[in-house]
Design a protein around this ligand. Structure first.
Ligand SMILES: NC(=O)c1ccc[n+]([C@@H]2O[C@H](COP(=O)([O-])OP(=O)(O)OC[C@H]3O[C@@H](n4cnc5c(N)ncnc54)[C@H](O)[C@@H]3O)[C@@H](O)[C@H]2O)c1
Length: 461
């Protein structure tokens, strides 16, 4: 069958894979190819065990794969064939040189730009899907157009999907954002990308802006989301001192329609590959433009997150009589959030490392993230075991610390768990997902976030 359009995506990760699978599902008239330099990842995309866990993803991939969705490692051929090229390579925080620890590392990005230029002999639309610093499209344009025979148009189309709900978010997005140059050719390319999404996204949800607004909106969007988490987490510390209850506070605040209720759950801290990196990226940009007050303001969001994780460990230490050495602690969950196996920047990594420093013995359980946990903690000095079954993991432990809000942890038989644990038994609910009063009534000493603890110890006089 002759396809109307050839779409290529460079980078078969958490964004490239699901996004392209959705385009292929909704647009059988297009051929969608996803390429990656990592052959193992591509082999997994072509197998029954996809490289990422995402509810609903298997069905979407199974429907489209081999029909109009293809995964391979032939980046050059993919570029030659394509009319539209999405670039969805990783843009981690730079670990070396100027801007180390803050700025985005654009080496994968730039390599891709050069590779596109070298393998193109027909006009192409290049779409930035990765999250990038403002003005990256300009750098891309410069690389593409220096010494090139064919015209390129660079668009910004940041991805707003959240891991764990990626398929739902892609199928029914709050908005699709497309930024372009406001020239004749820029507007033409923009219209072409709008037409792709219009195959399933209502027109009023597809918003268009200039390129720089689009690039910046993605950073700002993540910064605002993370800021809400840090705001409520900062308040959780105050609630613990003031004997207030953060859930009650967040409910009262969130019911103000000017504020809204989402992203107001206190927790052990935010994780994921994006929030910290994107805020630091924005902080770096602000400093670059000499806006040190603005930079400090946003950097505070990251600092509160670090503080919240450390505070969690200190609360554990204090509650368990100021020593964790030799105690067995079970981490319920390792993924940075529920419904994903992704552990990048998961608070559980920090907490596991700190608990090892305190010489605790760790039992780690998670339904999807144990392999990643093993990789994250490779080389950490300590006594760590990885156990798939939560009952086995908790058995013989002094404490359970809930790291991830997996639904299954709400549904366990805690009476059975209590009987298998060392006494006094502790639960530190880093996600506030459990029924604290019921656990207390069973005999647990319960330490939620931002709420008075429920303990069986007599108060000190
Ligand atoms: N993960 C998310 O939830 C999310 C959401 C929105 C936006 N983003 C952004 O999307 C981008 C990608 O994120 P991700 O989570 O999918 O990353 P990822 O690390 O899962 O995937 C990136 C892929 O790109 C491949 N790659 C790198 N250089 C390449 C090259 N030169 N040619 C071909 N393939 C190459 C890597 O092998 C990897 O498989 C980032 O900029 C991120 O900030 C991520």
């Amino acid at each position: 069958m002759a396809f109307q359009k050839h779409i290529l995506c460079i980078g078969a990760g958490y964004v490239g894979g699901p996004t392209m699978a959705m385009i292929a599902l909704k647009c059988p008239q297009y051929k969608v190819t996803v390429v990656d330099i990592n052959p193992r990842r591509i082999a997994e995309w072509n197998s029954d065990l996809l490289p990422i866990y995402e509810p609903g993803l298997d069905d979407v991939v199974k429907t489209a794969r081999g029909r109009n969705l293809f995964f391979n490692t032939d980046v050059e051929k993919g570029i030659q064939e394509a009319d539209i090229i999405f670039v969805s390579v990783n843009t981690p925080t730079k670990t070396f040189g100027a801007g180390a620890g803050m700025a985005a590392d654009l080496q994968y990005w730039e390599k891709t730009a050069r590779q596109i230029r070298e393998n193109s002999d027909s006009p192409k639309i290049i779409v930035e899907k990765s999250t990038l610093p403002v003005k990256t499209a300009l750098a891309m344009e410069r690389i593409l157009t220096s010494d090139s025979k064919v015209p390129f148009e660079v668009l910004s189309n940041p991805e707003f999907l959240a891991e764990g709900t990626a398929i739902r978010d892609l199928e029914n997005p709050d908005r699709v954002l497309i930024g372009s140059r406001e020239t004749e050719s820029g507007l033409k390319a923009r219209a072409e990308l709008v037409a792709v999404y219009a195959n399933w996204v209502p027109k009023e949800k597809i918003i268009t802006t200039n390129t720089w607004s689009s690039e910046l909106s993605k950073l700002v969007s993540n910064a605002f989301l993370a800021q809400r988490v840090s705001s409520i987490n900062a308040i959780s510390a105050l609630c613990e001192r003031a004997e207030a209850n953060v859930s009650e506070v967040s409910r009262a605040v969130g019911m103000d329609s000017r504020v809204g209720s989402k992203f107001l759950n206190a927790s052990v801290g935010f994780g994921g590959s994006c929030f910290k990196k994107d805020i630091l990226n924005m902080v770096y940009l602000c400093r670059f433009y000499g806006l040190s007050e603005v930079a400090d303001y946003w950097e505070g969001v990251v600092k509160i997150n670090e503080y919240q994780k450390e505070r969690f460990v200190m609360n554990m230490l204090q509650a368990m009589f100021n020593t964790l050495a030799g105690k067995k602690i079970c981490l319920f969950g390792f993924a940075f959030k529920a419904d994903t196996g992704d552990t990048r920047e998961s608070p559980a990594i920090f907490i596991a490392k700190r608990l090892c420093e305190e010489r605790a013995h760790l039992m780690i359980t998670d339904p999807k993230a144990l392999d990643n946990a093993k990789t994250d903690l490779k080389g950490v000095v300590g006594d760590i075991e990885y156990v798939a079954d939560p009952y086995t993991a908790a058995s013989g432990c002094d404490a359970i610390a809930v790291m991830t809000e997996w639904k299954l942890y709400k549904e366990l038989d805690y009476q059975k768990i209590y009987h298998s644990m060392v006494k006094p038994a502790f639960i530190f609910d880093g996600r506030n997902i459990l029924n604290h009063q019921t656990l207390f009534d069973m005999g647990f000493n319960v330490f939620p976030i931002g709420k008075p603890p429920l303990t069986h110890f007599k108060r000190e006089s």
